[in-house]
Design a protein around this ligand. Structure first.
Ligand SMILES: Nc1ncnc2c1ncn2[C@@H]1O[C@H](COP(=O)(O)OP(=O)(O)OP(=O)(O)O)[C@@H](O)[C@H]1O
Ligand SMILES: CCCC(=O)O
Length: 356
């Protein structure tokens, strides 16, 4: 059987779309959005017609008739916490995406656009492994403040895709493997994958884990409270210190690791300290998760854009190679991860989960 799937991945600065025939991409396009272009929309949901039109425009430009689609698969957003897998877009999901159940994130648009394009041609609409995938062990939810339970918000789509890829290479079944995966992009999340579930992971969006190119990660909590109440900053300025303007950006004025590597090459010692500090924090996070597995770890995996940096991954590897085999998969492959999730359901290998 031949299945055609349109994949839609709305990001904060881009809209990506791809058309797959079974597992093969027919085409993939990234439309970048300047800050000025998106400024005209007051709220994220106001961007909906604009982004949908861009995708319909691409289909027309490529000469592909939408009525040949079997499925449309969008990147899922900040929904209620759910287990990993492929979900058919239904009305409760659309309502939660529209209101941003767990906050605003460009990926909230993915499932909505997928639904509307699919509905017009009677195709299926799916989302796969959204950032709110929650498979935490009960014990991992405890934070020490009962009103503030730990939350699972992480790069679920890429972590799960890379986990499956590593298992294929290692000839293991994901559902039986023990893996620690560090996704290192604009944000950094490090997950413990035990038996096909991510049983502990830092919340990469709301201030936990290693600092990253744009985020602060875990900070001294008491000092943060004092800073917030000092009267020197508005609330959104404090939030920006945690997300958007934290980490490398706060220390070095850029989130571009390639530029930082160039500075280090020219002898900039501050750049080296801060960049190496990020590797140190990732290694510590991997080390802390290693105790969950009782000594049997099949692989420690480094992925995301920062994993292209050889010196950077070298610093991490130096500190964690005693834990298990280190595998490096630079970049991310979210478009084919979305397609594969839809394809497993279309082929009947998996049943679509129901969001409620
Ligand atoms: N060749 C490279 N060497 C070193 N670092 C790189 C390289 N290419 C990209 N990066 C760095 O990777 C980071 C961005 O990673 P990535 O593209 O995965 O992030 P993103 O998709 O914007 O965010 P996220 O992965 O959190 O969703 C940037 O700091 C960028 O400079
Ligand atoms: C941590 C969730 C994914 C992102 O960085 O946006």
């Amino acid at each position: 059987m031949e299945f055609h799937t349109l994949v839609i991945n709305p990001g904060s600065t881009s809209t990506k779309a791809a058309l797959f025939k079974n597992s093969t991409p027919e085409w993939e396009e990234t439309i970048r959005h300047g800050q000025e272009e998106l400024k005209q929309f007051r709220r994220l949901m106001d961007q909906y017609p604009f982004r949908k039109q861009l995708i319909l425009g691409l289909l027309e430009e490529k000469g592909f008739r939408a009525d040949k689609l079997d499925a449309v698969c969008g990147r899922g957003g900040l929904l209620k916490p759910i287990p990993g897998g492929t979900y058919e877009v239904n009305n409760s999901m659309r309502e939660d995406l529209r209101k941003g159940y767990n906050g605003e994130h460009a990926s909230n648009l993915g499932g909505l656009i997928a639904h509307d394009i699919a509905a017009e041609v009677e195709a299926k609409a799916f989302i796969v492994d959204p950032v709110v995938v929650d498979e935490l062990d009960e014990i991992a939810r405890l934070s020490g403040v009962p009103e503030l339970p730990r939350k699972s918000i992480f790069h679920a789509l890429n972590q799960k895709a890379v986990a499956r890829r590593a298992c294929r290479e290692l000839d293991l079944t994901y559902e039986k493997a023990n893996l620690i995966i560090a996704h290192m992009g604009g944000g950094i999340t490090v997950g413990a994958h035990r038996g096909g579930k991510v049983v502990d992971v830092n919340n990469g969006l709301h201030g936990e884990g290693p600092y990253s190119p744009e985020r602060a990660g875990t900070v001294p909590a008491g000092d943060l409270v004092q800073l917030s109440l000092s009267g020197d900053y508005f609330l959104d300025e404090v939030m920006e210190k945690l997300i958007g303007k934290g980490g490398l950006t706060a220390y070095l004025g850029t989130s571009d690791a390639v530029e930082i590597e160039n500075r280090i090459g020219k002898g900039d010692r501050e750049a080296r300290l801060v960049y190496e500090g990020m590797a140190y924090q990732v290694a510590k996070e991997i080390g802390s998760l290693s105790v969950l597995f009782g000594g049997t770890i099949d692989a420690v995996i480094l992925t995301g854009g920062l994993a292209y940096g050889k010196e950077f991954t070298g610093w991490i590897e130096e500190k964690v190679s005693w834990i298990g085999k280190v595998m490096i998969f630079p970049g991310e492959d979210e478009m084919s991860a979305l397609n594969e999730g839809a394809l497993r359901v279309l082929k009947g290998e998996e049943e679509a989960k129901v969001y409620s």
